[in-house]
Design a protein. Structure first.
Lengths: 191, 191
């Protein structure tokens, strides 16, 4: 239980690896990996992602005010990593990886066709926080690959096979088994 | 690759399970589980968490403007779940679970002594987004249990053993092995 101070850091477990899809100059599909983000409201369903000024995606987001978030599976961890290395200013990341940009139905933004889940988002507001700008988007629709649905019609995490990012060691790690039911496992402590 | 629309939802993989520590009325230590949140800036290191109006933690956050985020391990998934079920208005959740509230060093807020990692945060700003309010906090310090440090002195995820929340099935799931190095695995796609 003894704690060691390691100073102010962006430690958190787990960080997601979110692939932000936008159209860039010349309407070229662009995608960028972001680990700084998460759901920020239940109603309207909303998600927040932070992007640094200077990124091509930053310009694209302000221009179109619509974006997608594609959730990668472990099958495409290398491609997802590339989306965080290269810049859409220099290259076509979809062409480089061989992945398929598909125009979203509800917003003017592309998503990654091969990835198992995608959120279609419209920008609600931006918040400047130090070196990052947080883009808050309303989730207008969610799409999942037919192949990752369970027998009950719900997305099945064992088929989605997401992964997480460890910012302390700059590594990606996979997921494991379901361990407990939420809003249930803790009931034993109720007095 | 065929996609099915499932409508606007708070789908994301992985969601974290973040335990927000605050002092409540009478300076009683309080803690609440939040899955809507994540890192939102690298500099200053900052984290965003969303809390609904009506929660005791919502009042506590506005009163003290300081909080902690404790990261639970799978060893305490039941206790963490309880923090998301009970209200600090009705009960002392630390007493109920037998966990130890420890006052943070840099902020006037308690953290969970038994959990492997904790962020000490000072409120920078709030953003209203529908039914939730997002609390953005600067991370003033991070503490980790001595027992979860690797031989190189960095936090080791295999010792921290975090878990994630699946909002589609309301279940918690564990994590697996490291699968790739970030900012490295994708270099093979560079032209």
């Amino acid at each position: 239980m003894k704690k060691i101070s390691i100073g102010p850091r962006t430690l958190l477990y787990p960080h997601p690896d979110l692939i932000i899809g936008t159209y860039g100059p010349g309407d070229r599909p662009d995608a960028m990996a972001a680990a700084w983000g998460g759901i920020c409201s239940s109603d309207p369903p909303s998600v927040a992602i932070s992007v640094q000024r200077g990124r091509q995606t930053y310009e694209n987001l302000f221009k179109h005010r619509e974006f997608t978030i594609s959730i990668p599976s472990v099958d495409h961890v290398k491609e997802a990593d590339y989306f965080g290395i290269a810049s859409g200013r220099d290259t076509d990341k979809f062409a480089d990886t061989g992945l398929t940009p598909i125009k979203a139905d509800h917003v003017n933004a592309p998503y990654v066709g091969e990835f198992p889940a995608v959120l279609e988002c419209r920008l609600l507001q931006t918040v400047d926080i130090g070196v990052h700008t947080q883009f808050i988007g309303e989730i207008l629709d969610v799409k999942v690959s037919e192949s990752v649905l369970g027998p009950d019609g719900k997305p099945d995490i064992k088929k989605i096979r997401p992964f997480a990012y460890d910012s302390m060691r700059r590594e990606y790690y996979g997921f494991g088994d379901v361990i407990e039911k939420a809003f249930s496992a803790g009931l034993e402590f109720r007095r």
